[in-house]
Design a protein around this ligand. Structure first.
Ligand code: ATP
Ligand code: MG
Length: 438
């Protein structure tokens, strides 16, 4: 998803408007509607008592997540009452809860399962495992693609072009947009009605032709799953949950059941609401997820005494001694399983005995093992400055600070501890504000 704060949307007449404006208006509308409903029932509810959960596809890049956060902020939802949840995770919580209440045999501890969230735009896939303590572990990085229901609509649009011709269809769109949209509404109904006739007296499509409109998108999904199942982390899966509106498509269900016959494929009723209902569960207990897979490498920019092999262009002199600048000191590696709330800490020393402050610049990288912070794919998340003026030096003239990076999945917390006094300073870095592609 390439949406970001500068994206412009085009309406069906080609007029452009800032996507941020459109999204914040939509979020603002839903917020006002929900508040009105709440107040009607209990007028004592205050805004500060509400935690808003905004869901985003796990596949979205950080620019897109930043964009959603910004849109929510503009709609009057401040960061401290906003939780961003990943859609397959929310769906996973809902599916587990649904199993407890249904006749389906519940997942056992240690069982691995897959959540396929097939929506209009994206198909988002997550592989999870229930831990002994009942919490959930992410086994594989979220994957998927833009093979949602819209792909089928695009095929239908192509079919219309073949029937009436490209020029006439664009003329119809220009002159009779509401009729064109009516055709699509009929098509949407036909999709959901298990392929009966579209628009009775207007357009009748042969069933085989109708089914063929689904073939490409379904092939992409099944093919992706086949490749995914070859990966070592994704063996021994027992169950697949299909959620999202497009999961209600019989052709997609049939294709998946046929190709992966050893899997138990479960589709919760009203699967289109799974993410929404799961988001409510997530808002109440975001800690249900025990570990995620880091999608970046995270670390701190440091300076070390210059040694043989370091690039000469990184050589700097501090108090007359040569140092190598911009070293990427890795705390968490891309692809590593990280327990949420668990920290990785490293000690950092001052270079100059008279140093009054230490600045820790937190970096992320799309490379697994970056060496320097100015390499391609590295980007700065923010910084934390610690006052070391009152610290005393060790016998080598150094002051030492221990820096912990705590990975929370959507946020990174940095805590700097003065190793002599135990005094701490902390800072939060919103990974969603990283401003870089996942
Ligand atoms: N019974 C059905 N058969 C086929 N397609 C269906 C059916 N029901 C819904 N869909 C399709 O599901 C899509 C909407 O699903 P959903 O509401 O989950 O999407 P979304 O969450 O808005 O999109 P995304 O997750 O990509 O942001 C539409 O493309 C719709 O045509
Ligand atoms: Mg969705």
């Amino acid at each position: 998803m390439n949406i970001n704060t500068n994206t412009k949307l085009k309406d069906n007449q080609g007029k452009r408007m800032s996507a941020l404006k459109v999204f914040s208006a939509a979020i603002g509308y839903m917020k006002a509607d929900l508040l009105a409903m709440c107040y009607a029932k209990d007028s004592s509810i205050g805004q500060e008592q509400i935690r808003w959960v905004l869901t985003v596809p796990a596949l979205w890049n950080d620019n897109a997540k930043t964009f959603m956060r910004e849109a929510a902020n503009r709609a009057g939802i401040p960061n401290n009452s906003l939780v961003m949840a990943l859609e397959p995770e929310a769906a996973s919580l809902y599916c587990i809860e649904w199993m407890k209440r249904s006749d389906a045999t519940e997942l056992e501890r240690g069982e691995k399962f897959i959540v396929l969230d097939a929506g209009g735009g994206t198909v988002d896939i997550a592989v999870h495992q229930i831990q002994e303590n009942g919490r959930i572990k992410e086994l594989n990085k979220a994957s998927g693609g833009d093979w949602g229901g819209i792909k089928v609509d695009q095929e239908f649009d192509k079919l219309l072009k073949d029937i009436v011709g490209r020029d006439l269809l664009s003329e119809i769109k220009k002159q009779y947009m509401s009729d064109y949209m009516d055709i699509f509404h009929s098509f949407e109904r036909a999709k959901r009605r298990d392929f009966s006739i579209v628009g009775h007296d207007k357009l009748e499509i042969d069933l085989a032709l109708f089914k063929s409109l689904f073939a490409g998108a379904i092939y992409d999904i099944v093919n992706h799953l086949s490749i995914l199942f070859r990966q070592s982390q994704v063996t021994d899966l027992t169950t697949m949950f299909m959620v999202g509106g497009y999961s209600e498509c019989y052709l997609l269900q049939e294709a998946i059941r046929f190709k992966f016959s050893s899997l138990r494929v479960l589709i919760p009723p009203n699967s289109v609401l799974s993410v929404l209902k799961g988001a409510v569960l997530y808002g109440h207990s975001p800690r249900t997820f025990q570990s995620r897979i880091s999608t970046f490498t995270y670390g701190i920019e440091t300076t070390e005494p210059f040694r043989k092999g370091y690039p000469v262009d990184k050589k700097i002199f501090i108090n007359g001694k040569s140092h190598c600048d911009k070293i990427f000191c890795i705390h968490v590696k891309d692809g590593e399983h990280v327990n949420l709330g668990k920290s990785v800490s490293k000690a950092y020393k001052t270079i100059d005995p008279d140093q009054t402050h230490m600045e820790f610049i937190v970096y992320a990288s799309i490379k697994r093992t970056p060496k320097f912070t100015d390499e391609d794919g590295c980007f700065q998340l923010g910084s934390l400055t610690v006052d070391v003026s009152k610290m005393s030096c060790n016998k080598y003239g150094e002051k030492q600070i221990r820096l912990e990076l705590i990975y929370g999945g959507t946020e990174l917390e940095a805590i700097a501890t003065d190793t002599t006094t135990g005094k701490t300073s902390r800072e939060h870095f919103t990974l969603a504000r990283a401003g870089h592609r996942c």
